[in-house]
Design a binder for this molecule. Sequence first.
Ligand SMILES: [Mn+2]
Length: 376
Amino acid sequence: MTAHVRELPGAVHKPLSAIAESNFKNNFRGIRLYPRHPALILCIHTVSCPMAIRVVFFSDSHLGFDYPVRPRSDRARRGPDFFANFQRVLDHARHTRADLVIHGGDFFFSRKVDSSIVDTAYTSLLEFARSGIPIAIVPGNHEGSVLPPSLFLNHPDIHVFDRPRTFRFDIKNERLVVSGFPYLRNVRVGFSTAVRACGNDQQQADYRLLCFHHAVEGAVVGPGNFTFREAGDVIARDDLPTGFDAILSGHIHRHQVLAYPTPVVYCGSIERTSFAEKNEAKGFCELTLHRASPIPRLVFHELPARPMIDFDGRGYRQAAKLLDDFARRSSHWQIDAIVRLRLKSYPERRLRRELERLAPGILNISCPYPRSRAAG
Ligand SMILES: [Mn+2]
């Protein structure tokens, strides 16, 4: 795993300067702002005080995605990638003795995942909770705002935001309160009410975090950098509450920080869920809260992510030329890559067989559906 370290942009209780605003725009062009030098990783461990509170934040694990219980073909499946990275984050938190872990939602891929997937995931969760590190989970839209019920979730160190609520954690003689609510439809209108319903202000605290699973105005996704603005499912920037040290959210699969007066941290998904994320680094965040610093420190840990390769075959007139180029390029591909070949029409059987021979098990052919005989 590699780590990128930086201060969270913007002071928590001060309005942002124009400079911070432009920094935040630069973030969208990738992770160049994150120093990759290993010395910085060392530095965070040497300068961080043992009294600092360290929160591991990860999200969008989509457990159960491409994980058929009874697969009908032997093509490469993505499901195990997500379980592997899910476990890597928990192992990191356990080995480094994090003070708290927060999952920002879309824990599962769907509300109808097979019970064997739920059991495997909850077994890992329970095993982690037994290490004595608390974990809080925000249900996301993929699980229908509710985690599948289980006795496992009754463990005293597993905290689920099954409704707007606030959990209190007494860590190293300091009090951290974490408020949150499950994914909410039409969040734009319901947001402020949901935040109030958490009851965060009824607790004395040294640090406060707010967690949810939503797009906030200004968040960016996809290869075309689509920016969320005004929509019913987008939280307006002006509605963001003050009084929190940071806002942690899932839902947006690209890691980014919105440098608002209260910074909004998206840790991103732990693996690539689609080709729209093929160029994005995947990982999780670590937030350090310390009395001496008004701004939480943020570290992004990069996780191994499945290489995704796009081959555009739509411009080829001759199958032989397509095969030639495909063969040449495929010789450079990593054996574990997922390849998408885009074609104008469904390939003939011979061509399909040749392509599959060149990229066995990893080829994903994307083309318009063959015209049905009845209609043609
Ligand atoms: Mn998601």
